[in-house]
Design a binder for this molecule. Structure first.
Ligand SMILES: Cc1ncc(COP(=O)(O)O)c(C=O)c1O
Length: 399
């Protein structure tokens, strides 16, 4: 049978990360591929206690819920966001199936085929998948380590009149980048000047290694009209709860709620209630502190391994938070081609190519340091280095 899929599906692409994870999960491979938290740090008891509270509160908890999500959890989120100076009330917050669904619903209500979305290059590949699935044209803005370059950003806003600008300004995926305050302000001022919306995706903001540092969300400087902010409990509590949220202009959130009604009526209200009890009864901030120091320690183990290498063209930025090293190699090394060899040698990473919108740099790769133990990180890095050194040898006989 030949199925007559819609034209839209021609733009669908399978996620390179999820495809690699399928292979990696089958074998005895040390994975630096997924953006996954460390299982042993999951607050299992607290999650269990939270679900007990849900079931103890009677059968009504099993009923259909609001599309916008469980109100007491939205109130807790509003309180937590106020600590970052993002002033939203619970009416302007909607709970979603991960922040991934925010990217999808927001795209659904804004994008017509051919509309332009501006992004960084490279950027979060599952966001690119969404924009492509709605037949948008994605245009990359030139950037450096501090964020999008002001002149190129303004030129591209004026030239392309984008529907929105998608950014991950704090510990970006894949580049582990932190935007400077000046660049954040600049993007916001252009958004206000040219009436463009910013989608600020902030899944990693809480995973900061220097506790005294402040990373000002763009949403906290907005007049309440130009920034749609999304975050998630996937990295701070557990991803299996699939609970994220969106906060921003009421009209946008309301339109997204209508799109969500069509998509799934609402996300799991049992999970949302459990999260509410967890935040009420468990020291989530204390837990986040533990995550910060554990992940920092793992990052340092990987950093030490990387810093001991002397491979021509090797460069990386030491992350200040988040979950990834973004590594550049000699320009003739193709990490997509090298991946099978790495997996055969017991280690996986994500090649850089799928994160690019244009001007693909095939000599890049993303390494996650949060999912493996320090011992496994050391072992996996040794295995990766063997593969890299072999690749370099075949490039340069003198090496
Ligand atoms: C930049 C970015 N945005 C959004 C997500 C989606 O996270 P979730 O749907 O689990 O909340 C991720 C997941 O890794 C991510 O890296």
């Amino acid at each position: 049978m030949k199925y007559a899929f819609s034209d839209r599906t021609k733009r669908f692409q399978s996620s390179a990360v999820r495809d690699i994870l399928k292979v990696v999960n089958q074998g005895n491979v040390i994975s630096f591929a997924g953006g996954m938290p460390y299982d042993e740090l999951f607050p299992l008891m607290a999650v269990e206690e939270a679900y007990k509270c849900v079931f103890e509160s009677g059968k009504k908890t099993l009923q259909y819920g609001l599309t916008e999500g469980f109100l007491p959890l939205r109130e807790k989120i509003a309180e937590r966001m106020a600590r970052k100076n993002i002033k939203v009330n619970e009416k302007n917050i909607m709970l979603t199936t991960g922040s991934q669904q925010v990217i999808d619903l927001f795209s659904r209500i804004l994008l017509n085929p051919g509309d332009i979305v501006l992004t960084e290059n490279p950027t979060y590949l599952a966001a690119l998948q969404v924009f492509q699935s709605y037949e948008a044209n994605i245009v990359a803005v030139d950037s450096d380590e501090a964020g999008m370059l002001p002149d190129d950003l303004e030129t591209k806003i004026k030239t392309y009149l984008p529907k929105f600008v998608y950014v991950v300004p704090t510990f970006s995926n894949p580049a582990g980048k932190v935007w400077s305050l000046e660049r954040r302000r600049h993007l916001l001022s252009l958004a206000q000047k040219y009436h463009v919306i910013i989608l600020e995706d902030d899944p990693y903001g809480e995973i900061q290694f220097n506790e005294s540092e402040t990373y000002t969300p763009i949403a906290s400087m907005d007049d309440g009209k130009h920034v749609l902010y999304t975050s998630t409990f996937s990295k701070t509590v557990v991803p299996a709860l699939r609970t994220g949220w969106v906060a921003g202009p009421e009209q946008i959130v309301r339109m997204m709620a209508q799109a969500k009604q069509a998509a799934d009526l609402h996300s799991s209200s049992i999970d949302q209630q459990a999260l509410y009890y967890l935040i009420r009864d468990f020291d989530l901030d204390g837990h986040i502190s533990v995550l910060r120091s554990e992940y920092k320690m793992r990052m340092e183990v990987m950093r030490d391994q990387l810093s001991s290498l002397s491979l021509p063209g090797l460069s990386y930025v030491v992350p200040q938070g988040g979950m990834f090293f973004w590594v550049k190699l000699h320009e003739q090394i193709n990490t997509t081609q090298l991946l099978q060899k790495a997996i055969a040698n017991g280690v996986a990473y994500v090649p850089g190519a799928p994160f690019y919108v244009s001007d693909i740099e095939y000599n890049t790769l993303r390494l996650n340091y949060t999912h493996a133990t320090p011992e496994k990180i050391e072992q996996g890095m040794r295995q990766l280095v063997e593969v890299l050194e072999e690749a370099y040898r075949s490039l340069q006989p003198v090496f």
